[in-house]
Design a protein around this ligand. Structure first.
Ligand code: ADP
Length: 366
């Protein structure tokens, strides 16, 4: 046998412990024994066996209770109960509570061997299924990242060719041609945005955010984004202001992904605003979190759409308005906020405006 598997025998009868040990040692297993439930549970934690043989009838904590504790400790351990003639019902009860099998006393060495062998086969099947599951997950994750990267690079190159043509570097471009290339460039940018969103989703599934969390200032993040998008807002005649921050604005978070959340919300507040509209941002310390609200005076969202706007690919259909994005921005924002153990909510009135509020946990006091 390549891997030496461990079997813990918990039985108050010394002769039973000794005979089972002798049979299984001969078959190459490592054995430890305990004469009662308490001692057995202690050894279980210290030694972490692959199999546990549990006598159902023992003084002190009984076999059923030991069985439950074994399942709680590690559901992959294979527990087998040993029962006397008079305890068939308890054997059934033990099976219901997760025992893999039972051995009625007295049993022959061959019967013990068969049961352990079957348990071993089951353990291998569980292990194999688990490793297949892990492999499938890895392929899925890498597949999305690989395909999107493969798509991204040629699209970026096409965009660069468009820039060269539009810049007149390779000759004059007629007005009609320019119009068409600009349209193509617009569609290309939309496609690249979608691919970037896919990559973000694949990255978020990897759950790296929790590891990278530290104390950061929301005010700084929001100011940086507002400085960056102000020219775009001004061009659309939209004013953006951050109200003075009174208390702490520190949260426990991953800077890069939170930048993405607020950048998405502020960009939406511009994108779905009216001309000459405004955006006001409030950062406030509350009892359990730091709440950041982004309030716009835009087109608002009708009540029937509100429950769905955080769903992937959901876009509010509005007459006369073409889809302006991928419909992934808010779902990514929600995913990031959820990974921070925070919350994101929206209040909105059609034709009046929307307020998106993000609550993020404060750093622990040291
Ligand atoms: P998109 O890429 O379409 O902007 P989002 O996930 O960011 O995707 O938003 C989903 C939908 O929610 C949008 O299509 C839009 O209709 C609506 N929405 C988001 N933010 C606002 C806002 N500030 N005002 C009005 N509608 C909004």
């Amino acid at each position: 046998m390549e891997e030496q598997l461990k079997v813990l025998i918990i039985d108050d009868e010394e002769s039973m412990r000794d005979s089972c040990s002798l049979i299984l040692i001969k078959d190459g297993y490592l054995i430890d024994t305990a004469e009662n439930g308490n001692e057995g549970l202690k050894k279980l934690e210290e030694w972490h066996p692959e199999f546990v043989l549990i006598d159902l009838k023992m003084p002190g904590i009984d076999g059923l209770e030991v069985l439950e504790k074994v399942k709680e400790f590690d559901s992959e351990i294979i527990p087998i109960v040993i029962t006397g003639y008079a305890t068939v019902e308890s054997a059934v009860e033990a099976m219901k509570r997760g025992a893999y099998d039972f051995l009625p006393k007295p049993f022959t060495p061959e019967e013990l061997r068969i049961i352990i062998k079957r348990g071993l086969e089951r353990r291998n099947l569980i292990k194999e299924a688990e490793s297949l599951r892990r492999e499938k997950k890895l392929i899925e994750e890498n597949f999305i990242t690989m395909v999107t990267h493969q798509l991204r690079s040629p699209l970026v190159t096409i965009g660069q060719y468009f820039e060269v043509i539009l810049g007149g570097i390779v000759g004059d471009v007629a007005t009609k041609q320019k119009e068409m290339i600009l349209k193509a460039k617009d569609r290309l940018e939309g496609l690249l945005e979608l691919i970037n969103d896919w990559l973000d989703i694949a990255r978020l599934s990897n759950g790296q955010i929790l590891e990278k969390r530290k104390s950061i200032s929301i005010g700084e993040i929001v100011e940086k984004i507002v400085d960056f998008i102000r020219p775009q807002a001004e061009k659309a005649g939209i004013s953006v202001k951050i109200l003075p921050i009174k208390d702490s604005d520190k949260v426990l978070g991953d800077k890069e992904s939170l930048e993405q959340v607020f950048s998405n919300l502020i960009n939406n507040a511009i994108k779905y605003n009216k001309s000459n509209g405004s955006i006001s941002i409030t950062i406030e310390e509350q009892k359990n979190c730091i709440a950041t609200s982004i309030k716009d005076t835009g087109i608002g969202i009708a009540k029937e759409h509100l429950p769905m706007i955080f769903d992937q690919f959901y876009q509010v259909s509005r007459t006369g308005q073409k889809g302006k994005g991928s419909g992934l921005g808010l779902s990514i924002a929600k995913k990031i906020v959820d990974l921070h153990n925070g919350s994101i909510d929206v209040e909105s009135k059609e034709g009046v405006g929307s307020t998106f509020t993000v609550c993020l946990p404060k750093p622990e006091k040291t």
